[in-house]
Design a protein around this ligand. Structure first.
Ligand code: DC
Length: 196
């Protein structure tokens, strides 16, 4: 049985938390596709050509311990505008999505480009201020600077020519600005139950 759940949205909207929870609940495999771009961005920061980095990405690259920082997020967003980088990562994501037993993929273009026929599409969002506050609680530092980085990344991700961040026409919108984690997960679980 294949069953694909596509979860898209901007940074720190709650995609990861919701994805992990629904994957655990339904026994689906989970792929955080942002990690692929973060790994390419980190290799690019090490001096590797980003297209080559994407074409040769391996498990060791994905297991680096420096992929979660704000800087790695910015580096990911920068290499993610390169069409050849995106193209190199498509097959891996589609194979993951079509595995037996069901899969949840979270990212920016899963419902629009990678899996346009996904069984369930969710677009998880929240205000930039709420998302920056959540990120700041994780990373600390200057909250105004974190908000500026969130806005910069939103702007780059939403306005790139290739596979920009936007909801698929048939995506269910979940705004987590004023939702508890439990309520956000419940909204996702309900949407999946309705489609099974
Ligand atoms: O989800 P994240 O914050 O780890 O993603 C890091 C960056 O990677 C994000 O700013 C844009 C890029 N990305 C993308 O372009 N497409 C995806 N499917 C996932 C991430």
């Amino acid at each position: 049985m294949t069953f694909t759940v596509a979860i898209d949205g901007p940074a720190a909207a709650g995609k990861g938390t919701i994805s992990k929870a629904v994957a655990a609940k339904f026994g689906f495999a989970h792929l955080d596709t942002g990690l692929l771009y973060r790994a390419v961005g980190a290799k690019a920061a090490d001096g590797v050509d980003p297209i080559t980095a994407a074409q040769t990405l391996n498990n060791d690259d994905l297991n680096r311990d420096d992929l979660r920082s704000l800087a790695a997020g910015q580096a990911a967003s920068k290499v993610a505008v390169i069409p050849e980088v995106r193209a190199a990562l498509v097959d891996f994501q589609r194979r993951f999505a079509s595995q037996d037993g069901g899969a949840v993929l979270d990212g920016r273009d899963i419902g629009t480009v990678i899996c346009p026929d996904a069984d369930v599409k969710l677009f998880v969002t929240a205000s930039a201020e709420v998302r920056a506050h959540r990120r700041w609680l994780e990373v600390g530092g200057d909250e105004a600077q974190v908000l500026a980085e969130v806005r910069e990344r939103d702007d780059r991700d939403m306005n790139r020519a290739d596979a920009p961040l936007k909801p698929a026409d048939d995506a269910l919108l979940i705004d987590t600005s004023d939702l508890s984690i439990e309520d956000a997960i419940a909204a996702a679980v309900n949407a999946i139950n309705a489609a099974r």
